[in-house]
Design a protein. Structure first.
Length: 129
């Protein structure tokens, strides 16, 4: 006996006049990140009802279900762009505020340019004609 994935006769739809409904096209994108929870949270505002994102350790998994292949492709493409931007912003933010960087309040630090001085550059963009 050979096992295959073809549906049994009992599983086939009845041969009546009911419309055939296409099943949703589904894709799951899994990516690893140093801070997966923050990446997933950053993606939240851009998600649609057809998307479901979950975090498992350092993995963000997003499942997209759309009724058409073109819609699935567009949604996954948008998700990948948003994912890349979120990951890049989070990495750069963490590098900018490195744990070993001295934490000072720049507004309270004395600087030579901290005093109000008159502007000395000519910003007049109109010519005298």
């Amino acid at each position: 006996m050979v096992d295959d994935d073809s549906p049994a006769a009992d599983d086939l739809p009845a041969a009546d006049d009911s419309p055939v409904v296409d099943a949703d096209r589904t894709a799951t994108v899994r990516t690893e990140h140093a801070d997966a929870a923050t990446v997933a949270a950053a993606l939240g505002p851009d998600e649609t009802d057809s998307m479901r994102t979950r975090v498992d350790g350092d993995t963000v998994a997003c499942t997209v279900s759309r009724p058409t292949t073109g819609g699935l492709q567009s949604t996954v493409d948008d998700h990948l762009v948003n994912l890349r931007v979120a990951d890049r912003v989070i990495r750069r933010g963490r590098a900018h505020v490195a744990p070993d960087a001295p934490r000072t309040d720049a507004a309270n630090e004395p600087h030579s340019d901290a005093t109000d001085e008159p502007q000395t550059t000519d910003t007049d963009t109109h010519t005298d004609t």
